[in-house]
Structures are given as structure tokens and as C-alpha cells.
Ligand binder design. Structure first.
Ligand code: ATP
Ligand code: MG
Ligand code: MG
Length: 350
């Protein structure tokens, strides 16, 4: 049987490893930190940093194919790994999605809508961009942001210097604030044979930059639903993508605007664990292993709710609620803003 190497041992890596085990695939996780969530469910874990080339080589030698649960893998590590084993999804998806400026440029070149954006190397550039883009706007670090970290909202132009200072000199991008009606995401997959399968779009609610809740079905017209899925397919095909991708969208009066893409399984796709015979984790593992994909069929309406920080206090209640599927990530310490688990509430059969 094949061995799948997973870069990153967080909750996404953990749920990928569980899905792999169900498929009879073995996993090997590479993760710099001690006792990661995926380590509890995966028989082999390499604990080493991404600049440890010996450890990277040994990891690659031990696996047949390499995938990942996060997009911020250091480029040098990828340069080495790709000479040793196939990396799925491929380098192009990582190149595009690791940097918000590259990502938005690539998406607009593909003919898709994004928020208006500008590269912000310094304060004069920010002041100029605020003139053209206007306010409100959001200043974001180009790289390494997640869960709304590395972002500052700018309400008026006089906040420019403070906003820039808050990012500590990290390369930044300014985005116009998109007046969205709602946020939805498409979780879609592309197989090694180029076939694409999409899950039904989910509607997302964020609070303080962190995803709180995803509901399927989303409130979308048939036309919007089709647009969303076709748009995701265009992105996958353009990247010659293999694996699951999350495409975050703003629903606006002028159509669907792409917020960002994630070249991996996605938090807003966790509902598929309760709503689909083949969930996003199994789908990703099938794609990476070169197996046929599930068709994305949804058999129930689901609400997924993240358990963040002290949401965990509600666990006893959730455990005694009918039709509630509980996923905990095995993180020892509860911290504010930390994703500890999620629940999928099955609303009714679809
Ligand atoms: P993730 O954990 O999804 O990777 P992230 O840190 O990359 O999050 P974004 O997706 O860029 O953050 O932003 C988080 C949320 O903030 C969005 O889902 C949306 O609610 C809001 N937001 C971000 N950018 C904009 C924008 N340009 N206009 C309006 N709202 C925005
Ligand atoms: Mg992001
Ligand atoms: Mg996001």
C-alpha cells in the first residue's frame, strides 16, 4: 500500500490521517512542534524543522507522495522535496496562494473578480492606495496570515501610519472592503485524471476574522450556485490541480468576488463529514493517492460550528444534543481564539 506524507500535524492533518486510515492508506506526518494533533492518530511522525534537510530527505524516502495541510511551507523545503517525491497539490498552487498579492494578481489575470488591491511597500504607497481604493479598507500581511491574523481595518486615511506600524514592517497589501451580502465557499476537488467534483457551496459566518459557522445549503440562487462551482473549476483546471481546494467567495450585488483560495482541505468544508458519503478529507486522500473521486453528493442539511477557546465549556451540552456529530482535535491547552474542535449538526435529510 501507499504511504502518504503529510506536511503539518494540526487538526487538518489529523482528519486527513483518519480518512487515510479508513482507505487503508498509511500516513507519515512531518511537523516541527511536539505532540501535534495529527500525531495522536498517525503511526509515524517526524518532529523536525523545515530547514533540517536530512530530516526532509528521510521523510521523502519513507513516503510515496507528499501533501500538506497548510500553505505556508518554506520554499527551500519544497525545492528539496519536489526533487524526491511528487507533491500534490503541486507547486503552482502553493506559489499562487502563499502570497496575497500573487494570489489576487493571478485571480484577476484569470478573469475573476477580487477586492480592489494594491501592493504596499511603504507609507507613501499606502497613502496613495487609500486615495484610489478608498475606505473602509483592510491592510493585510502578504504572507502567513490565517484566522484574521495580520490584518488591520482602516476606517479613515489618517489611520494609515498606525495600521502600517501594527504589521511590524511585514510586506503588505491593501484591499478595499467588499460590501458583501454573504460569504460562501466552494470546496472542490480535482483528481489525477483531471476530473473535477465540487461539494455544495456552504455559507460562512466569521467573527473577529475567524470562521464560526458554515451552513449548507447556502442561500444562493441556482445561477449563483452554478457560477460558484464553475469558478472553482476554472481555478482548479488553470492550476492543473490535484487534491481538495477551498475557494472563499463574497456574494455581492455585482456577482461573486473571490476572497482567497486555500490549496488544501478547508475549515468551511468540515460539514461534509456529516453531509456526504465521501467527505473532503477522504476526497483529498483519494485525489492525492490517484484514486477515483467521490461525486460530492450531499445527503443532509448541516450546520457546522467551530469550538473556539471557551466554546469548549459547552461540550457537555453538545454531547447530549441529538443529531450532533462532535470532532475534537486533542489539543491539551484551551486558549482564546484557538480552534479546539467543531460540531456538525444534522438539520434534516437533504
Ligand atoms: P483564513 O483563516 O480563512 O485563511 P485569513 O486570515 O486568510 O483567514 P481572510 O479570509 O483574508 O483572512 O479574512 C477573514 C475574514 O475577514 C473574511 O472571511 C471576511 O469576513 C473578512 N474580510 C477579509 N477581507 C475582506 C475584504 N476585502 N472585504 C470585506 N471583508 C473582508
Ligand atoms: Mg487565508
Ligand atoms: Mg479566509
Amino acid at each position: 500500500g501507499s504511504v502518504i506524507g503529510i506536511l503539518g500535524g494540526g487538526q487538518l492533518g489529523r482528519m486527513l490521517a483518519i480518512a487515510a486510515a479508513r482507505l487503508g492508506l498509511r500516513c507519515h506526518v512531518f511537523e516541527p512542534s511536539q505532540d501535534p494533533p495529527a500525531g495522536q492518530v498517525c503511526e509515524t511522525v517526524t518532529t523536525a524543522s523545515y530547514d533540517d534537510t536530512d530530516a526532509l530527505r528521510a521523510f521523502a524516502d519513507a513516503v510515496d507522495v507528499i501533501t500538506y495541510e497548510f500553505e505556508n511551507i518554506p520554499t527551500e523545503a519544497l525545492d528539496l522535496l519536489e526533487t524526491l517525491r511528487p507533491i500534490r497539490p503541486g507547486r503552482e498552487a502553493l506559489r499562487v496562494s502563499q502570497d496575497r498579492l500573487t494570489e489576487k494578481t493571478w485571480l484577476t489575470d484569470l478573469g475573476l473578480l477580487t477586492a480592489p488591491f494594491a501592493d504596499i511597500p511603504d507609507l507613501p504607497a499606502l497613502e496613495a492606495a487609500l486615495e484610489t481604493i478608498g475606505t473602509p479598507a483592510i491592510l493585510k500581511t502578504r504572507r502567513f496570515g490565517y484566522d484574521g491574523k495580520g490584518q488591520v481595518k482602516i476606517e479613515t486615511p489618517d489611520q494609515a501610519a498606525d495600521a502600517l506600524a501594527a504589521l511590524n514592517g511585514a510586506p503588505a497589501i491593501l484591499e478595499g472592503f467588499v460590501p458583501f451580502r454573504s460569504e460562501v465557499s466552494v470546496i472542490a476537488a480535482r483528481g489525477l485524471d483531471g476530473r473535477v467534483a465540487a461539494f455544495d457551496p456552504g455559507q460562512n459566518v466569521h467573527r473577529e476574522g475567524i470562521l464560526r459557522c458554515t451552513t449548507v445549503p447556502a442561500e444562493l440562487s441556482t445561477a449563483q450556485r452554478t457560477d460558484a462551482v464553475l469558478l472553482a473549476g476554472r481555478i482548479l483546471n488553470a492550476l492543473d490541480y490535484v487534491g481538495v481546494m477551498g475557494v472563499e467567495l463574497f456574494v455581492t450585488r455585482s456577482g461573486l468576488v473571490v476572497n482567497e483560495i486555500a490549496p488544501r482541505v478547508h475549515n468551511s468544508g468540515h460539514w461534509t463529514q456529516a453531509g456526504c458519503a465521501v467527505d473532503q478529507f477522504e476526497q483529498h486522500m483519494r485525489a492525492v493517492a490517484g484514486l477515483p473521486l467521490g461525486d460530492g453528493q450531499r445527503h443532509a442539511d448541516v450546520v457546522m460550528e467551530n469550538l473556539i477557546g471557551h466554546d469548549m465549556d459547552r461540550l457537555p451540552n453538545l454531547l447530549s444534543t441529538a443529531d450532533t456529530q462532535i470532532h475534537l482535535y486533542g489539543k491539551a491547552e484551551t486558549r482564546p481564539g484557538r480552534k479546539m474542535g467543531h460540531v456538525n449538526r444534522i438539520q434534516r435529510p437533504a
